[in-house]
Design a protein. Sequence first.
Length: 250
Amino acid sequence: MPRVTTLLGSGAAALLAVSAVAVLVWPRQPDPAPAPQAGPETVTSVKFLVDDVGIAAADCPRGVGWADDPVHGEVMTLRGAGEFCQTSGPMIRTAGSWSVAAWVRLAKAPDGYAMTFVAQDGAYASGFYLQYSWFHRKWVCNWMQADMMNPTRNAASVSDEPVTTQWTHLVGTYDASTRRLLVYVNGVPGHAATIGKPWQAGGPLTIGRGKWDGKSSDLAQGQVTDVRVWGRALKPEEVITLRDAATRAS
């Protein structure tokens, strides 16, 4: 039977223990007599953290895989069949300051295509893309010049950290006071970028895809957990704390 589950990762165990909204805790207690399964469990909705205290839901129209990971607890699995999750409306004011974070693991080494793990829809493009970039062949936080068909200009904060199929902590931040866009990979800041005129992406927050020319794009393949969003730009020391909250569990 489809159920809602919680995409918070092992670092959020304390919150889950006291939250009346969350439907799962980590570690999950085993069923008295678990039925055998041929593969990962499928879920149709996930939840994630907002500003460290709130919990928001994202529906997964085609379902997503759900599996146990020895370090990160319960993780979402995107199997390359068009799976993604999205909220009912915007979670970030993209014209203001914001941050997004997620632990991700690529299913395989990417080869000539982009994979977006967190974004927020505009009418034609995403307001930002926390992604693996096919153009740079690196982890980036990407911003398009405007919400339009086939924009020709963008700003990208690019990381020099290696792209692997191991668990990787991604954070994208934007400071509206300086128009500075910055990606962190495993706590290490990339090359900052300065964007042009900010614009508001008024659509849903998405996990596992972006938007381009008015259509879903950059579908991710791999695993995702501990998705978080903030209405401010995180400080470098906060990014390190986030990273260490999960890596200490290993």
